[in-house]
Every structure is written in C-alpha cells, then in structure tokens.
Design a protein around this ligand. Structure first.
Ligand code: AMP
Ligand code: ZN
Length: 114
C-alpha cells in the first residue's frame, strides 16, 4: 500500500534491521526499543489491523506467532519469557496502521498493561 512505512520496509524502500523473513512475514528490530529485545513481526501483505482479516487470511497471525517462536529462541528469550503485543486502533495506541506484533523480552513486564 502506498505511503505505508511497513510496506516500504517489506519492499526495501526504507531500511530496517531484519531479524527474520519467510514467504508470509518479515521481522525487524523496533526503531525505538522499549526492552532489551524488541522486534516487530509483520505480514508482508498489508492489513491495517486484525479487523481486516477474514477466514482466508487469518492464517497470517498463526504465521506471525510461529515466526515469534523462532525469533524468541534465536534471541534467547524463550526460557526467560517474552511478551507478544498487537495494538489495534486509537485506544490501544496503534501508531502504524499496518498489522504488527511486538515481541518484547529481556526484562520483566508489569500487568495489567498501562
Ligand atoms: P504501535 O504503537 O503498536 O503501532 O507500534 C509501532 C512501532 O513501530 C513503534 O514501536 C515504533 O517505534 C515502530 N517503528 C516506527 N517506524 C519504524 C521503523 N521505520 N523501523 C522500525 N520500527 C519502527
Ligand atoms: Zn502496509
């Protein structure tokens, strides 16, 4: 999609520090990390949020989770624990309207989320 930062990262127009890639998803380090490990996992196809997914496309979230598992192991937070977060819309504080999952680890997190 035109003018979407994460679509531009997928097609290489904007640089990123890639962590993982397969046919369906890409992952790269967050530019403003909020934890020692902070990676964003995105579908290569543009969806604004999970609200745009249907029965034919919902598998992309499963693919994101499988990528998160691999990355958590690769970056050594699988045993210590990690948080997966997807912000949807205004009240959740979503700032980039391309579906993404935050993988955060390397420190402990409070609950409930602020
Ligand atoms: P959210 O607030 O859930 O929409 O998260 C968007 C995230 O994207 C934030 O954590 C930003 O720091 C991150 N971000 C924005 N632009 C870039 C970029 N060019 N490369 C990497 N991360 C980015
Ligand atoms: Zn996009």
């Amino acid at each position: 999609m035109d003018n979407c930062i994460f679509c531009k990262i997928v097609n290489g127009e904007i640089p990123s520090k890639k962590v993982y890639e397969d046919d369906s998803v890409a992952a790269f380090y967050d530019i403003e990390p909020q934890a020692p490990v902070h990676v964003l996992i995105i579908p290569k196809a543009h969806f604004a949020s999970t609200l745009d997914l249907g029965a034919d496309t919902a598998q992309v979230v499963g693919n994101m989770v499988l990528a998160a598992n691999k990355i958590a192991k690769e970056l050594g937070v699988d045993e210590s624990g990690f948080r997966l977060v997807m912000n949807m819309g205004r009240d959740a504080g979503q700032t980039v309207p391309h579906l993404h999952m935050h993988l955060m680890g390397g420190r402990s997190f409070s609950w409930p989320a602020g």
